[in-house]
Design a protein around this ligand. Structure first.
Ligand code: COA
Length: 276
């Protein structure tokens, strides 16, 4: 993963005493989001399916930041697992101030080759996972007057080919961001989204990357995990205390260009999509 250092822009101890729970925090964008929060003083629990990967990531992040990151394994699709992740966090650290719903699954698949189960799987991981974890954590977020970031995408702003499963899930997640901003706002809880564009060195880019035409990105570069980390720190910080219900697009202007995202030469026949 590329370097994550948000301390040149934000003060180092702004999240001291605060606790973050992050699904999908073992790799890629969500790992960078977590690392940034810990660098600014938060303690964190990362939660996803792969126990070994998670524990390794937690150890590495703790060593790198000098902070405390713990891992709890489970599946966001399973209500018992999300309740366990919340219980674990509260037992270890006594509170939850920030929640990042980042666990997601994706792949490129044309409509004709997307099975019933494939569509349902992505909806369940992304959408139900976001609902489940928020439901389980909400009482603690209300108590701390905390904040939530739902990781989204820009796929559904246009009609990105081969991405209907993820796009449908993220569209619904954006709806939840708005509904929760309204319902949880009176309890002091802010709810926002971040919609990353193409971010280098992430699982998402490994899977979807070969198809992206980066010359169509107005900023003429791939995003870095650091770009998402900065947005995360801002949205959770006191600089954003009147911002709720917003999905912050961090994509170098990409989705606004009709030429992006372009999958010019790809025909997703079964033998080919298995390689992506
Ligand atoms: N193209 C088409 N269908 C695919 C696919 C692909 N590349 N990869 C998986 N599927 C289908 C499977 O064939 C299966 O459908 P089937 O039962 O009809 O054959 C269905 O999706 C579920 O796959 P499975 O591997 O059983 O689900 P899982 O829960 O173990 O894994 C995935 C979920 C598929 C999303 C997996 O890629 C994953 O866990 N990814 C996590 C990381 C990730 O994708 N991050 C990127 C975020 S941008």
């Amino acid at each position: 993963m590329s370097v994550v250092d948000t301390t040149k822009v934000f003060k180092q101890d702004i999240f001291k005493g605060k606790v973050l729970l992050c699904s999908g925090g073992g790799s890629g964008i969500c790992r960078g989001m977590t690392e940034a929060m810990v660098k600014h003083g938060a303690t964190a629990v990362i939660f996803s399916r792969s126990k070994d990967k998670l524990e390794k990531a937690a150890k590495e992040m703790s060593a790198k930041t000098g902070g405390q990151v713990l891992a709890v394994a489970g599946d966001v699709r399973n209500p018992a697992d999300v309740e366990n992740a919340v219980k674990f966090t509260v037992e270890k650290f006594g509170r939850i101030d920030f929640l990042i719903n980042g666990a997601a699954g994706n792949f490129l698949a044309a409509f004709d080759h997307l099975s019933y189960n494939a569509f349902r799987t992505v909806i369940e991981i992304d959408l139900l996972g976001t609902f489940n974890l928020t439901k389980a954590a909400s009482q603690y977020l209300k108590k701390s007057k905390g904040a939530i970031i739902n990781v989204s995408a820009t796929l559904h702003y246009t009609g990105t080919p081969f991405q209907q499963h993820a796009g449908a899930a993220k569209a619904a997640i954006d709806a939840l961001t708005k509904h929760w901003a309204v319902e949880l706002g009176p309890f002091g809880v802010r709810v926002n989204g971040i919609a990353p564009g193409p971010i280098a060195a992430t699982v998402g880019m490994e899977k979807l990357g070969p198809a992206f035409d980066l010359t169509a990105v107005p900023m003429q570069r791939m995003g870095e995990v650091q770009d998402i980390a900065h947005s995360t720190v801002f949205l959770f910080s006191e600089g954003a205390t009147y911002i709720s219900g917003v999905v912050l697009v961090v994509d170098g202007g990409a989705w606004l260009n009709p030429a992006y995202p372009a999958y010019p030469n790809i025909v997703l026949e079964p033998p080919q999509f298995n390689k992506l």
